[in-house]
Design a binder for this molecule. Sequence first.
Ligand code: NAI
Length: 741
Amino acid sequence: MSASGVALRFDGKVALVTGAGGGLGRTYALLLAERGASVVVNDLGGSIKGEGKSSSAADRVVEEIRAKGGKAVPNYDSVEEGEKIVQTALDAYGRIDIVINNAGILRDRSFARTSDLDWDLIQRVHLRGSFKVTRAAWNHMRNQKYGRIIMTASSSGIYGNFGQANYGAAKLGLVGLSNTLAIEGQKYNIQCNTIAPTAGSRLTQTVLPQELLDALKPEFVAPLVVWLCHESCQENGSLFEVGAGWIGKLRWERTLGATVRQKDQQMTPEAVRDNWERICDFENATKPKSNKESISTLYEVLNKFDDKAGMSMNPTSGSMQMSTSGINPAEAVGKKLPLTEYTYTNLQPILYALGVGMTTKDPDHLKFLFEGNEEFSCLPTFGVIPAQDAMNGGFASIPGLNIDFTKVLHGEQYLEMYKPLPTSGTLKSEGTIADIFDKGSGAVILLDVHTYNEKDLLCYNQFSIFVVGAGGFGGKRTSDKVKVTKDPPNRPPDAIMSDVTSVDQAALYRLSGDRNPLHIEPNFAAFGGFKKPILHGLCSMGFAARHVLKQYANNDVTKFKAIKARFAKPVIPGQTLETKMWKDGNLIHLQTKVKESNEVVLAGAYVILEDTVHKPKANDTGMTGQLQSDLVFAEISRRIKNVGMELVKKVNAIFQWDITKDGSTAAQWTIDLKNGSGELYKGAARHRADTTFTMSDEDFIQIVSGKLNPQKAFFAGKLKVIGNIMLSQKLEMILKDYAKL
Ligand code: NAI
């Protein structure tokens, strides 16, 4: 009886024990039967070396069980006939719950004398036999979503043993087999563990003295096997040494190791030699538990060298321990990532549009899907694509950012457009670590990326990147650089749109650039803790953005100013995305849910639309995109972003600009250095402007390039000022510091 008083019972369960005619296998069969299991007692009944056969061994144990009132049937096939043995269980009891791979023989020889037969027979009985029996049972276990499997290894495999090269190889092979079955079986509640037993039996008769044989009873091993086979036991993929009533668990240990190459240099054998001590030093050793954990070290190294690792950001939930991590905001904040270039033809915007669910079924979508369409355009949210390239690999070049890239989650996204994106071209993106803060459970890195077409600033992205487990470095809790989310109002939505994503949505979306296997490879997704590959957060955001664009902007991309979203939950391709929208002036609050689960996937999200009231009239030469002052304002906007707070303190005023072209207003801009952390936006001031300036596009350029003095311009009537004229001095300061091109 266990400490909790509940005996471990196996009533209704069917167990198959191979090689159960004697030794260890017999004790497993007896104990399981005693606990209520129906047992298939398999034994070929051959010699210790694997010669001959007989039914007597299995029959004897079956009789023994039945005599005690238990249920058992014999089977006399070799384990190489796995199907037949499992069939015996199905014929007699209709199911199979437990497989204990125990049958074994020995053909000990020093390695030099090991014959092909010595080698082959051992592999066939131990390794191939365990494979055949287990595979025959596997699908039955999968279908019933229950199974317990035991492999029998040996200390001779784990540590090596003179004269047992064949046996040691097969026995450690079984550990490898078990490790993978544990992974593949997990989701079907099939567990697989391995034991390396020591007990007196006919196999050990030749190697152990009699007293030890008598003392090391198989009964001191069987209870471990029986516990591992019980449905309440959750152990999976483990290896135990067991004997004499003692049980211990084994695991891998790995030195911290050393990277023995330099960036852009050849790796040499001498470098290996010279680092040998560090490579082999077990001080501070790690204990990797999975392939993923093991390989993450390699990704870290590749990222450090900025090599292409095939994947860059790995937004997995992960269950691993951080190995080496260190974040030093003082060192990292303000640092720039290497400039990246993104060249595209009209193919990429079309592929992206398909990736975010656009379809020829909707005639409105054709302008995003057909390059021959008169209004062929690029979706505004395509702006994330060149920008995401900027962070791929670039992080590793930043000092003070020693993070585990497998622990990175994409938390939030902000995108602001300054100009419609060209449908083809070469764009340059520059990333800056805007800020880092400490959430305790993790660190948040704010990455600002500005994307340019030549000198023309097209868009600005802010990626919020959450690094799981990298918090607690004593940093501040938030940042004034964050583009904050906004909760939707407490009233029913003004509009709802929904779209069913296709099962291949992620497969399609990833072709736009984020090739993380998490979005397509089931095993990789499983490592990350997801049942299935998940949709890219930015893909869901693309869906939501085009819902708003259609609902409130008639699919006019020039009206799309900005979007912000927090990725709250994953989406599985095939699910339905439903976007609720609330209009609040130019600001459209939105919330996207997975309709099937009613779970919010985009939270605190909003879109800002261009202030259409103040948009230049259509007959204003159509030159609005080509005002020279647009460039300057975009540049001022970019520069004040980094020092917004500081300027707000110094200036504390709102300036509005009316830029004229050929005598009429062609554009309005507002520099708000009074509210929040300051901002520059297109359109009239949302709060009352302190000073409004009116001047032509040309004169404006003359002033910022230093060719025209503002005072002179004022007196010459080229610059009109309404409101607080004294504040224009402060304005000069801004122009001097922040508008130099
Ligand atoms: P054992 O010789 O008493 O039991 C093995 C049984 O397997 C025998 O009854 C034999 O007839 C049967 N068998 C052999 N080939 C077979 C085949 N092709 N098909 C079906 N049955 C077959 O030996 P023991 O000690 O009970 O060994 C059980 C397992 O434990 C073996 O896998 C062995 O390698 C392993 N082991 C035992 C250790 C010990 O100290 N007894 C040490 C390490 C591992």
